[in-house]
Design a protein around this ligand. Structure first.
Ligand code: PEP
Ligand code: MN
Length: 362
């Protein structure tokens, strides 16, 4: 796929998308937009049709909000964006000259809905932002990108807004940075936005997540702003005033993605050489570990013993936590790493166990 930037803008600073979660009144929309225009944002957001998890929450003002967005364009010169979840939303938004459309997390998850939007957009040249699906499924996210691309749209951005989780978490929607990072590797031409508001669900973590996104080379941020956040009709806890927004943006450290300084490049090369060497050693050791696992598999087969030994697995993990912490490795990392190693070990043992002609006498 051959993607294009969303629109012309100075690329040395982050793309700034800001505005209220929901359009509530003409006055609220215009007051917010004027304050944000003074902060030089690139795109004004406001939800008109709000997909809410439960009924009886505020579900958006509907089409009248598009008139307010058009007024924002006329009075501030800002580009505007709103969420579309079905065919009629697309037609209405296009009728009112919305500049950019976004597809929400609850829509990306549904291929029928995404296809309906793609069909409505067939042949229309408008940038589209695609939020990650609510569950951490990279295939679904890529599927939505492909459907929109196939409609002829090349100006596509993706928004990491975090993922629902059954665990207790400090986030409203847990970020899984590995998904956008993998997407960056596979689809480098996309525009990468981080929606720090929906990841955090509160105000005090917004800056930390924004900085993290900048350090991971995201193109920009989408942040909910409201003139009176505590009174917002939706997502009140995570919204900030335009002034607080601009202070946050000022404090962010924006680092260069690369440099042509030869000393830096030389030192980096050396360190990367060390990393590559260590990675190779890790892989060699893992290969050796699997050979031992296969021997165990043969031995278990001979003695008719099952592969999974829960107590043994528990002991391995407990011990690895202690050893890992001595090397500065978190429990979370040790669990993920050893679970993957254990799973691979089981697969190797399964092959050995289920092989008909294996020599079990050795
Ligand atoms: C929103 O941006 O207001 C929104 C509903 O977001 P999400 O689709 O990420 O939940
Ligand atoms: Mn919101």
């Amino acid at each position: 796929m051959n993607f294009k930037p969303l629109f012309d803008r100075p690329t040395q600073r982050p793309l700034r998308i800001a505005g209220p979660c929901s359009a509530e009144s003409e006055e609220q929309v215009l007051v917010t937009a004027k304050a944000l225009a003074a902060q030089d944002i690139d795109l004004f957001r406001a939800g008109i049709w709000k997909p809410r998890t439960r009924p009886n929450s505020f579900e958006g003002v509907g089409t009248i909000g598009l008139k307010w967005l058009r007024k924002v364009k006329e009075e501030t010169g800002l580009k505007v964006t709103t969420e579309v979840a079905k065919r009629d939303h697309v037609f209405e938004a296009l009728k009112y000259q919305v500049d950019v459309l976004w597809i929400g997390a609850r829509t990306t998850v549904n291929p029928f809905a995404v296809q309906e939007i793609a069909d409505a957009l067939d042949g229309v040249d408008i940038p589209v932002l695609i939020k990650n699906p609510i569950n951490p499924d990279l295939g679904l996210w890529i599927g939505a990108i492909e459907r929109i691309y196939k409609a002829g749209i090349k100006r596509i951005g993706v928004i990491h807004r975090g993922f629902s989780s059954h665990r207790n978490s400090r986030y409203r929607n847990e970020p899984h940075w590995n998904l956008p990072i993998e997407l960056m590797r596979r689809l480098p031409g996309l525009t990468y936005i981080c929606d720090n508001s929906h990841i955090c669900g509160n105000r005090h973590m917004l800056e930390e997540i924004a900085q993290k996104a900048m350090d991971l080379n995201f193109t920009g941020l989408m942040t909910e702003t409201h003139p009176n956040p505590d009174e917002a009709w939706s997502d009140a806890k995570q919204q900030i005033t335009p002034v607080v927004y601009s202070e946050m943006m000022e404090r962010l450290t924006i680092r260069d993605q690369t440099t042509d300084d030869p000393v830096f490049l030389h030192n980096l090369e050396d360190l990367r050489g060390e990393i590559d060497h260590l990675d190779e050693e890790i892989l060699t050791l893992l290969g050796q570990r699997m050979q031992v696992a296969e021997k165990i598999g043969m031995y278990k087969k001979r003695n008719n013993i099952s592969i999974l030994q829960p107590n043994r697995w528990n002991d391995i993990l407990e011990e690895a936590f202690v050893k890992g912490s001595r090397h500065g490795l978190s429990q979370d990392f040790v669990t993920k790493l050893l679970s993957a190693v254990h799973q691979e070990s089981i697969s190797h043992q399964e092959v050995v166990m289920n092989k008909k002609d294996v020599d079990v006498k050795s």
